[in-house]
Design a binder for this molecule. Structure first.
Ligand code: GLA
Length: 385
């Protein structure tokens, strides 16, 4: 099966600067390029540069300008999730998703749909029939209706879908016996809920690029499980085109070698690799909490929040180096990597100030709390100059 790939060059071509160049308006183009150069321009021959946006950030002064200048791909943080887009059966909330798509389309950006089927942020009614658990047939019908309605509405407008999010069980030593995460989806439909989601998304928009998305995708146990899933999907004609490696990483882990090996493993299966939710956590972390299960919470303690007054120079240097190491790796795999998306743009909006411990001061993104580029931005751009 040949995946329907989006072409990053198409997006670049559609963007203002290149479009004007093609029309021969070189003078004007130069002025525009100086004004608008950002990460998307630095990496334009390699991969798309994306960010995740939410309605709250969208209203902040200077935010839209930042997104337009730096990025050519967008994901909505929450507003395509089931609990937001179909909070009650048959009641769809397309208001903000429509605005999101209009914003992205107006700028020729790649718009990513996140997410169709996930155990989290999915309302209880999906699995209930009155006060009894819903049957497999009813849940399957609801899935069909949800995916059909949402994907068809944005057919041709969203180029990529995270079809299934976080369906694999997680432990540091590898997946558990059956490998699939215990969830209502698994409980009611069995593992076929994963196949079914991909088939339905493909029927609704045959041109969209369909991804399996998860965290800790470099963990060898998870990686091997996902590789086997892909092999099995290919054998059975389940339409999967790529993987989303979320990439919620920390200063010291996971190792670049592990990420490297995983990208190679997915690419070897013919998958396009998308880095879908990148951020770099600099704060102390309890060993039990690696990963990004959003159900995890810990209590606030001062010693777990050491940088409220700013980052010490030594930590900032390590942080810059971490971004450099990651981008060096992405550049090495530029033929397999379609997109690198950071989970937000500037530190103030990051979920990492709240997860897994609320109200900490974290520094996980490429732009600071005033939306100014950090040293890491210059440093990763230098890699391609
Ligand atoms: C996971 C999900 C995202 C988001 C983050 C937390 O990674 O895929 O949608 O909820 O958790 O912000």
């Amino acid at each position: 099966m040949k995946p329907n790939r989006i072409s990053r060059r198409d997006f670049v071509k559609r963007s203002g600067t290149a479009g004007l160049l093609m029309m021969g308006m070189k003078q004007l183009t130069f002025a525009k390029a100086v004004e608008q150069t950002g990460l998307k321009d630095a990496f334009k021959d390699r991969f798309l540069m994306g960010t995740a946006i939410s309605p709250r950030s969208f209203e902040m002064e200077g935010y839209q300008a930042l997104v337009k200048r730096e990025f050519n791909a967008i994901t909505a943080v929450n507003d395509f999730k089931w609990e937001r887009i179909q909070p009650e059966e048959g009641k769809f909330e397309f208001g903000w998703p429509d605005q999101f798509v209009e914003f992205g389309q107006a700028k020729g950006m790649c718009c990513v749909g996140h997410v169709l089927v996930w155990h989290s942020q999915c309302p209880d009614w999906v699995f209930m029939n009155g006060d009894k658990p819903a049957s497999k047939a009813l849940v399957a019908k609801r899935m069909e209706n949800h995916i059909g309605s949402v994907v068809e509405r944005y057919k041709g407008k969203l180029q990529v879908w995270d079809v299934v999010n976080e369906a694999v069980d997680f432990s540091n030593n590898g997946p558990s016996a059956n490998g699939w995460r215990k969830s209502k989806w698994l409980e009611t439909m069995g593992p076929e809920f994963v196949d079914r989601s991909f088939h339905l998304a493909h029927e609704a928009d045959p041109k969209a690029e369909l991804l399996y998305n998860d965290y800790e995708m470099q963990n060898p146990g998870r990686r091997d499980f996902v590789v086997n899933m892909i092999k099995d999907f290919k054998k059975r004609g389940v339409p999967i085109h790529g993987v989303g490696m979320q990439g919620h990483v920390h200063l010291g882990r996971p190792s670049i070698e592990a990420i490297d090996a995983a990208i190679t493993a997915y690419a070897t299966e013919g998958m396009k690799v998308h880095i879908t939710e990148l951020d770099v956590d600099v704060l102390p972390m309890d060993n039990k909490l690696w990963g990004a299960d959003i159900a995890t919470r810990m209590e606030y303690r001062n010693q777990l929040d050491p940088y409220t007054e700013g980052l010490p120079a030594e930590i900032e240097q390590r942080l810059t180096q971490r971004w450099v190491d990651l981008f060096e790796l992405f550049i090495k795999h530029q033929d397999s990597i379609e997109r690198v998306t950071t989970w937000g743009s500037h530190d103030a909006e990051s979920w990492k100030n709240w997860f897994p411990i609320p109200r900490r001061t974290n520094y996980p993104l490429l732009f600071d709390r005033e939306m100014k580029p950090k040293r890491a931005v210059e440093a990763i751009k230098k890699l391609v100059e």
